[in-house]
Structure formats: structure tokens, C-alpha cells
Design a protein around this ligand. Sequence first.
Ligand code: G6P
Length: 606
Amino acid sequence: MCGIVGYVGDKDCADVLVDGLKKLEYRGYDSAGIAVFQNGEIEVEKSKGKLADLENKMKNEGKPSGHCGIGHTRWATHGEPSDINSHPHGNKRVSIVHNGIIENYKQIKDFLTGKGYVFESETDTETVAKLLDYLYDGNPIETLSKMIDKVRGSYALGILFKDYPDTIFAVRKESPLIVGLGENENFIASDVTPILKYTRKYYLLEQDEIAIIKKDSVKIVTPENEEITKEVLTADWDVDAAEKGGYAHFMLKEINEQPSKIKTTISPRIQDGMPYLEESGITMEMLKNSKRIFIVACGTAMHAGMVGKYVIESLARVEVTVDIASEFRYRNPLIEKGDLVILISQSGETADTYAALKLAKERGATTVSVVNVKGSTIAREADKVIYTHAGPEISVASTKAYSVQLSIMYLFAFELAYAKEKISKERCMELTKQLMEVPDKLAEVLELKERCQFIASRLVNAESLLYIGRGLDYALSMEGSLKLKEISYIHSESYAAGELKHGTISLVTEDMPVIAVATQSNLLEKTISNVKEVKARGAKVTVICKEGTEIGKDVANHLVTLPAMEDMLMPMLAAVPMQYIAYYTAALKGCDVDQPRNLAKSVTVE
Ligand code: G6P
């Protein structure tokens, strides 16, 4: 949430900053700004709206020219999106960009108002900018050290002090920040995507470490000004991964990447035909001894956890509770030593999921994170981490990250079931083999693009939609419904098909299209009965089922037929038409698919 970049080197700073912010726009896109040293003065340009608005403004009014500066793309928390509330904040002496939330901003503001400071914006960030100005005594490290003592909350900060025109200062607490290490140029950024074009080497800034970044040197110190030796990390994402590569939107590109990303995620975890999570520290012993399992996550990641629950419980016969992280953290959950808490997160930075992780650790549970971003907070702080290898996911609506999370849920369930002696080695190998076939089957499913496009054309004018299913199909329909509503702004609900009659069916009319997922053979008849019930009330129904399923015209208006696999694995295939339908509906409506209204990826605030 909110993206930060900083650059110092020989290139035109404004260009590098804007280019870097483009890579981070998925973190927030309601306003943007930069601050650049021009002839020793801090020059600021900022604008409400997308980065393109800032670019246009600079085209008309001129851009600051210099070689050292900071930039920001915002997702508003305190104060509406406006020019004034945009970052950078500060004055001619100190300028900052901030990601996170300052919890005690009110006290700081009152204190500084008493000292004669006048505030222009409604942001919490401005209080830090003014506090730094108040504390500044010519020594940036001492100033930042005092600030760390006084400020509560989460922050990643990029800072310019007028007296140091060739230097970026940076500090973080909870919100992520890296320092990119180039040749005669250095960077700061919220993640590695803006620096990949220039370098793969970077430092991960830890809590309260202060970075002093110049063109030809990077020094990291403690608040007590003791120098720290840091490990240089190497990013393994491709430069191309953060580009659209000819697709109209990142979302479409990412949907199409799913077969290869699933392959890259599962292949290293399969040995001699058996799931092998040992490299992530998940031993057979640990699985055998695990008691209850909690899966905690937000959004799409939580939906992957729902599928995980059904699969783990049915195969391994272990009790699984799935929780929304923002609920889990405040409901005083009954977890204890011996429980296994699995945290799923694409970004590895989601504030609520991170809080759930801390709580689980406090209560003595063993924590395992399933994370896509290497070195992220949740990945580092969980007892064990299983990395998914989706590469950078830029579209705010998650697609490939979901699929790879599902693939890990399956591998985990297979290995757990085997460790608990609930399935034989042969059965475990058979299931693993089928999972390995998913990428090829998915390539076939991706060919259903035109079918889904057609269905989308029938949904585009709907005001409200219903997604229904039973069992795994219900878990999947939750994700299908979220996908559609988040990017097309059409209201949609997912419902357990058998529960419809208990209230929600009263909403069904000919104006409410229904999408039914019916891939589970043992539940097929039941689901079809529910479909007939909505059809009888005028609804136009799309049924997503697998090859060989007999669905009459009296049941479905539109059919999407998937290649057949074992029922349990069908969610891996059925996710794709759901994603396509959401994508094409939003695209046909002319929505901003990759950057939907009000949303952001990497939600680092509660
Ligand atoms: C946001 C994103 C979703 C994502 C959720 C959890 O809401 O828009 O796409 O599923 O956060 O994010 P995480 O990074 O923890 O998977």
C-alpha cells in the first residue's frame, strides 16, 4: 500500500522515479509525487490521480531536473486524494515520502501546533515531515533516531534533507523497503520491481535501520549510529515479468502465465513422484505430529485456504479452521502448542495476516507461511516458509498467485495425508501425478477464452450476480464472485447452493444472472437441482462443469466445459473461466482492470 522509490546517480532522476513508480502503481494509485534536488534546492511536483496525471502536469509545467530524489504513489488513508494530501510532504529543509500509518499522529500534530507549526494537509505523514523539521539539528542520523523514538505505527520513509543534496535517507518499521545497489547509482523502493531494470542486487532494510544512500556508497546504521554489515541479496524475478508483454492488461497476462507458474512452483517440491516439502523445513515428522490446522489469510489468499481446508480434511482427516486474518487476530482464537497455523499471502506484507502470524507465534503454535514475495515480512517471520513462484503479480486482482497457492495446498494435503497414514504411497503418487498434469490441462482451459468472452458479453449489463456451488465448488465460487465484483463493479455474491432456499433465492429474478460451478460428481445432482430452482425463477444460468457431465438446455443457458480430472483437482481448472469471465466483463465495461477503484495490492494497513 503506497509505493516508494528513490534514486541517486547520473541519470535524470525524475525519469527514473516516474518509471519506477509505474512498477509500483499497483500499491496505490490515487495520487503521486516526486521531490528532486535541483541546484541544491528540493523541488516538489505532485498531483492527484494516476501517475499519468503527474506526468502530464510535468509535461506542461516542466519537471524538476536533478540526480537525487524520492517518489511516491499513494493509496489514501488519512485525507482524500488531492494535490495537497499527495506525497512528498515537508518544506524546503526536509521532504519525505511515507508508506504506512502513524498511529500517534494526533499527539504529534498537537505538540507541533503548540510549537507554532501550521498544517496544510489531512495526512498523518505531514506530522512526521514537520516533526523531522522540528528535530533537525544538522545531524540527520540523530534526527531520525529521535524520530524513531517518538513515532508509533508503521512506516517506510524516504527522506531528503536540504543540507545533504546528494543523499537519500531511509528508515522503516513494519512497512517494507529495500535499497537497490547499482553501478554508480543506488535506489530505494517498496519492492524489487522498480530496480530490476538497473540491478538485481539489494539490501532488505530491517526494523529501525537507517540507510544513507549516495551515488557511490550505501551505509546502514542503527539508531545509535553503529554501522551494520548487511547481506547483499539477489532478485530472481525477470525484468520482463513486470512488463505487460503485449497483453492488454497485466491481469490477462497473469491469467495466461498460470500453467508455467504452477509448474515452477510444484516441480522442485516433487521427488520420486512424491510431494517433498522438506526443503521448506516441513518434515514428515512435523506433519505426523501436527494436531489441528488453522489457515489464516485475506482476500483471494483466504479463498485458496478454503480449497485447502476441503482437500486437507477429506484426505488427511485433520481438522482445519479457515479464518479471515482481520477476524482471527481479534477473536482470541483457541490455538495452542501443537497446532499448525498456515498463513497464506501473495505479498507477505498484509498487515492483518502479519498480526495473525505474531499472535499464533505468541500462543506457541508452529507457523508456516505460503508467500510469493521473497524476503517479505511474513515469509521471514514464520517458522517455515513455502515460497510460491508466481513471479511479480502486478494486477491488483490476484489470479496466478491464487493458482500457485492452490497447488501448494494440494501438495501439502497429499503429504500430510500420507504422513498421517490416511492414504497409501500409491494413492499419494497418483494424486501427485495428476497435480503435475494440471499445467497441460490448464493450457487447454486457456483456449476457452472466446467462450468466456461471449458469456461476459451477456453479463455486462447486469446489476447483480450470484455464484453458487457446493463443497469445493462453493469455495471456488467465492473467488469467482470476488474477482468479478472487484474489477467490474457489478455486485455479486457467492452462496452455498444448498443454502439458497434459506433466504437469498428471494433475490433471484430474470435480471440476476447466476454462475453455477458443478465439477464435483458426488454433489452434481444436488447442485443441478439448485440450478433448476433459480432457472425456474427466470435467472440466466452459466454452468461450469467438466467434460462428460450431462447438462440439459433446461438447466443451463451457457455452458463452460472443462477437461476432466479427478474431482478434487477441478478447482485448479475451474478458476480460469471464472477469471476470464471477470476480466472480460470488466474490460467490456471499460473498467480500469489492473487498477480497480479504491483497491490496492499489498494491504499494509489494518
Ligand atoms: C488485497 C488484494 C487481494 C489480495 C489480498 C491479500 O485485498 O487486492 O488481491 O488477495 O489483499 O493479499 P496478500 O498479499 O496477503 O495475498
